[in-house]
Design a binder for this molecule. Structure first.
Ligand SMILES: [Cu+2]
Length: 150
């Protein structure tokens, strides 16, 4: 009798933690509320840089590699050519990032290319772009609802 009860408790605990892991623990994180896509431009948190990006394919597909092209300018629209850019993404409601490690290289005219991005779940992602240029380190965080399916 005691053993049965213990097994039942272990099962309940596993189930609870599994669902918390998979779905997130707040209502806002539920994928049913996800607004697909997101803003393709914005400023970094300190206001020193402007960011715009495009993806290939677009929109971002679920569970497929995509490439990001990101342009960095100053607030007057001048290209920033010598930045060190780190582009990542996470799902804040689930507490995880991507399973891939993208790499970013400079292309030209203020554009940087990031290879190896992959969204492995539908729901609310954030694209996080760290810019290190001209002695300033700032971050742009842009929401992205994944993914369109048809
Ligand atoms: Cu997730």
């Amino acid at each position: 009798m005691r053993t049965t009860t213990t097994r039942w408790l272990v099962c309940v605990m596993l189930c609870v933690s599994a669902s918390a892991c998979g779905k997130g623990d707040d209502m806002d994180g539920d994928e049913d509320d996800t607004v697909l896509g997101g803003p393709y431009s914005g400023a970094t948190d300190g206001g020193s840089f402007r960011i715009e990006y495009e993806t290939d394919p677009s929109p971002i597909p679920l569970s497929e590699d995509f490439t990001m092209r990101t342009r960095v300018t100053d607030p007057d629209g001048r290209w920033i050519e010598d930045a060190e850019l780190v582009v990542l993404a996470d799902m804040p409601a689930h507490g995880h990032g991507m399973n891939t490690t993208p790499s970013t290289d400079y292309d030209r005219e203020g554009w940087y290319v990031t290879e190896g991005m992959l969204f492995h779940m539908p729901g609310d992602w954030r694209i996080i772009i760290d810019v290190n240029a001209e002695g300033v380190v700032e971050t742009s965080t842009l929401p992205y609802g994944c993914c369109f399916t048809d």
